[in-house]
Design a binder for this molecule. Sequence first.
Ligand SMILES: N[C@@H](CCC(=O)N[C@@H](CS)C(=O)NCC(=O)O)C(=O)O
Length: 219
Amino acid sequence: MLKLYYGPGACSFVPHAALEIIRAATGEDFEARLVKLHKGEQYQPEFKAINPDSLVPVLMVEGQPLTQIIAISQYLDARYPQLELLPKEAWARARTLSTMAWMNNTVHPAFTHIFMPQKFAEDEAARAELKRYNGILFRQHLERIAGEIAKAAPYWNGEKIGFLDLYSVVFLRWGGLAGIDPDSFPGYKAFVERVAALPPVAAALERERQPLHYFKKAA
Ligand SMILES: N[C@@H](CCC(=O)N[C@@H](CS)C(=O)NCC(=O)O)C(=O)O
């Protein structure tokens, strides 16, 4: 059975929700293994033995670890091609992987600079500046995603839900943690709520026990 190491509210939501979608469509079960990131479990020797980078997600396939969302997504798509979590047609597929790579290497790191500036600078003033400037960059990235979502019909790639939809859900939620009001992206917020209401996606959210929106308006 496939086993996924995930952290609540983390980017591992992408394969987590995908595995629920796969289970709903095919009956193929998986084991969801919680990693308490806030308690530092990812830095313990047991976890480092499966991912020396101390990051989730990790997908265990017959006892072997697979890391990195793009590789995991590619693997799940190859294993369950009938779901078309990635488009089949060559150009649409390449464009989807291009956008996923941008999300993985640009959007996500901008958020990491806000949420964990200690990973990038020792000096407190430098950390504050990293948080401030990456807050601006992260909002710009959300604007670009919102622009794409405005064309979604009903999903990024048409009729079939896929990894881009799930990744988009993660980023608007993280925006709330970065002080960005999801109501400033009404179309994007409605999209996230629509995707989150799909039963398999809702099942992954429920297991993670996290609110859909983190943003709290000032009283
Ligand atoms: N590029 C990696 C990013 C993985 C990543 O940054 N995971 C975060 C959660 S969103 C993590 O495990 N952070 C724990 C830590 O930094 O201590 C991927 O695609 O899997």
